[in-house]
Structure formats: C-alpha cells, structure tokens
Design a protein around this ligand. Structure first.
Ligand code: TYD
Length: 134
C-alpha cells in the first residue's frame, strides 16, 4: 500500500491574472471524490493525523503554506513535504499518517473517496499494525 502512495502533480493553468489548478475524480486521482475537508488555523507545533483508514483513499494538498506528512504501512515509513498547491499526496487504504511542521497560515485540503465514517478509522497504532500484517 505504501508503494501506491505518491505525489501527484496536478494540472496548472498559468495566466497573468494568477494560476489555476483543478482535480477531477477518476482522472487526476484514482477515485471518485465524495468529500472535501480542510485544516486551517493550525497552531504552531500541532500534530494531526495519527490514524489509518480501512477503505478510504485521500489526496492531501497544501493549499497554502507547508507541512510534513509521515506515512507508515506498519513495516516501512516514508516522509513527504507538501508546499505547493499543484501537488497532492495520494494516500491509499491501510496507511498510517502523521502530520506536523505546519507553517503559519497553512491550509491543508483533503479530497476523500467517501463520506466521513468513524468505523473506517484505525486510531490505535498497535491495532493498525496487527491488522496490516495480516
Ligand atoms: P481527524 O480525522 O482525527 O482529524 P486529523 O486527522 O486531521 O487530525 O478528525 C478530527 C475530528 O473531526 C474527529 O472528531 C472527527 C471529526 N471529523 C468529521 O466530523 N468529519 C470529517 O470529515 C473529518 C475528517 C473529521
């Protein structure tokens, strides 16, 4: 699953009036987009994430500012830094994520393949590792 997680470069339309980026479900991301949510007003030193999902796929975009994301499939860890709004990090199911190092004023947008469902979460790392190694 960790090998399927990757930075996706999104289309950019450059113009004197500014830049435009778009994301189409099934095209730029390998899932239909059923939910968008965003983190903002993140205090300095905050840690977010700390969970994995059974079935959810997500694309994480730094709409403004920057932050770090650590991915972990229970065996291997990989670190990513997001800092530009035309790149997204694809996170596939069964990957634990931790987010930190948010810059001031940063906005983290997440496009997700399903509506919010707490039963899709692993919030306990040991339980996640046990399920991931099965
Ligand atoms: P959580 O996914 O733990 O946040 P993060 O991974 O960014 O640290 O969600 C935090 C809280 O917000 C939790 O109580 C569930 C709630 N929530 C929703 O109600 N709907 C949503 O779409 C999301 C993502 C979270």
């Amino acid at each position: 699953a960790l090998d399927d997680c990757r930075i996706i470069e999104l289309p950019q339309v450059h113009d004197q009036r500014g830049n435009l980026t778009f994301v189409e479900g099934g095209r730029h991301v390998p899932f239909d987009i059923r939910r968008a949510y965003y983190l903002y007003d993140v205090p300095a030193g905050s840690h977010r994430g700390g969970h994995a999902h059974r079935e959810l796929s997500q694309l994480i975009i730094a709409m403004s500012g920057s932050f770090d994301i650590l991915l972990d499939d229970g065996c291997e860890k990989r670190k990513f830094h997001l800092a530009r709004p035309h790149y997204g990090l694809l996170i596939t199911p069964m990957v634990w994520r931790e987010m930190d190092n948010f810059s001031g004023g940063s906005v983290c947008m997440v496009l997700a393949s399903a509506h919010y469902d707490e039963s899709d979460y692993f919030r306990d790392y040991q339980q996640f590792c046990a399920a991931a190694s099965r």
